[in-house]
Design a protein around this ligand. Structure first.
Ligand SMILES: Cc1ncc(COP(=O)(O)O)c(C=O)c1O
Ligand SMILES: Nc1ccccc1C(=O)C[C@H](N)C(=O)O
Length: 397
């Protein structure tokens, strides 16, 4: 594939108009949408409205008149189609880690006779850490690593669909069925799936994920929590804050859970962050997800073809078996990534040796991928990464 062919593919791309809806700094090819999505242009105006018109103009009346109080539910309903869920099945707020705690704790209560939590030690660390914290709090649970290969006697299984390091994708339907066959409930972390591919949660028990990656809802944007309707009414929220109460403004002494998903709202919504999510969902409601997945597979495959075997491919070679990222291994991955960023190609690095490149189909074109690969090959061929300034480690990688 040469650059002209990439230009032709961009010209025919049915998603090409979406690129104009994002702010992308001049000279930057942004391959980190799998960590922090680019800024949608409409977000600034939506946030200005939330700050000046709603907060400034309505003051505390915003809770009633600007819809702030119900935002966790109304935005949950808007996000739901992106994971194959229906209205009244998703709430947004808090962080993925907190949603994991809520989901796993609820699952343990739904399986009171079991004492095993299956967790993947290779998962994004916060998932496993949250399980360790919860197990320590409740006591008496065994945390079994997924690598042991058994769901027997498990109360709950917690897994990511797409691995953050390699982009490897699990078959959600198959693993969900295996967990259920063993009598366990399953919690899926969809951080690296939502906005990158079609997701269907209809069989799963709980699902969580962040909105700051492919969804572009901004740094620190609220997470989502899905609870299958078959557990509504029985699943409990152990983080029983007042906004999950059946009558929060009755100020009763004892917690009484609200019906439906409302009980999974913990407390005061992050209204300003939710405004940015609202703006991002204005974009997503117009996005055909099948086209996103098709383009994602084409972009990742193009990158692999162009880079060839210059670096070890850590991602699955089959595009069906991976998410929207390509990971490459090199012992000097860190300075290589710093040298690339210095030349306008932004990826990230995961210790000990992994260069990660995320491909957000809404704002990346085939020519961007071509140029990024050419820059990477130049950095390698000319050993530009050997400059000692690239060895200096930044706090956040
Ligand atoms: C799979 C996965 N889970 C969780 C998180 C983060 O959780 P939190 O939103 O609590 O920071 C990330 C990335 O930050 C992630 O990749
Ligand atoms: N939330 C963050 C805050 C700071 C730096 C990175 C993140 C990420 O999201 C990392 C991402 N989850 C990853 O897959 O590595």
């Amino acid at each position: 594939m040469d650059r002209d062919q990439c230009l032709a593919l961009d010209a025919q791309d049915p998603l090409r108009a979406f690129k104009d809806e994002f702010v992308l700094p001049e000279g930057v090819i942004y391959l980190v949408g799998n960590s922090l999505g680019a800024l949608p242009k409409r977000t600034a105006e939506r946030m200005r409205r939330a700050v000046e018109d709603e907060w400034g103009g309505q003051l505390v009346g915003g809770w009633n008149h600007a819809g702030w109080y119900d935002l966790p539910l109304t935005l949950g309903d808007r996000l739901a189609p992106l994971i194959g869920a229906g209205p009244g099945q998703v709430v947004v707020g808090n962080t993925t880690s907190i949603a994991i705690f809520q989901a796993v704790a609820a699952a343990l209560r739904l399986r009171p006779d079991r004492r095993v939590i299956v967790s993947d030690a290779q998962n994004f660390p916060t998932d496993h850490y949250m399980v360790q914290g919860l197990a320590g709090l409740v006591g008496g649970y065994e945390i079994r690593d997924l690598a042991e290969g058994s769901f027997a006697d498990a109360a709950v299984v917690l897994l990511s669909e797409v691995d953050y390091r390699t982009g490897a994708r699990r078959d959600m339907a198959e693993v969900t069925a295996a967990a259920h066959a063993a009598g366990a409930l399953i919690v899926w972390d969809l951080c690296h799936s939502v906005g990158a591919m079609e997701v269907d949660v209809s069989d799963v028990d709980f699902a969580v994920g962040c909105t700051y990656k492919y969804l572009s809802a901004g740094p620190g944007a609220p997470a989502f929590l899905y609870v299958n309707p078959r557990h509504h009414g029985t699943a409990e929220n152990v983080l029983s804050g007042w906004h999950g109460h059946a009558a929060p403004f009755a100020f009763e002494t004892d917690f009484r859970p609200a019906d439906g998903m409302r009980r999974f709202v913990i407390s005061t919504p992050h209204v300003l962050s939710l405004a940015a999510l609202d703006a991002a969902l204005d974009v997503w409601e117009r996005v055909p997800m099948a086209q996103v997945r098709a383009k994602s597979k084409a972009l990742t495959s193009l990158f692999v073809d162009l880079v060839g075997d210059r670096l070890e491919l850590a991602s699955p070679a089959d595009p069906e078996a991976r998410g929207s990222q390509i990971s490459l291994r090199h012992p000097d991955g860190y300075p290589i990534m710093r040298a690339l960023i210095d030349r306008g190609v932004h990826g990230d690095f995961r210790a000990p040796d992994t260069l990660r490149f995320g491909f957000a189909p809404l704002y990346l074109g085939y020519t961007d991928v071509y140029d990024a690969a050419a820059t990477l090959l130049e950095v390698l061929d000319k050993e530009l990464w050997r400059d000692e300034k690239y060895a200096v480690r930044l706090a956040v990688t």
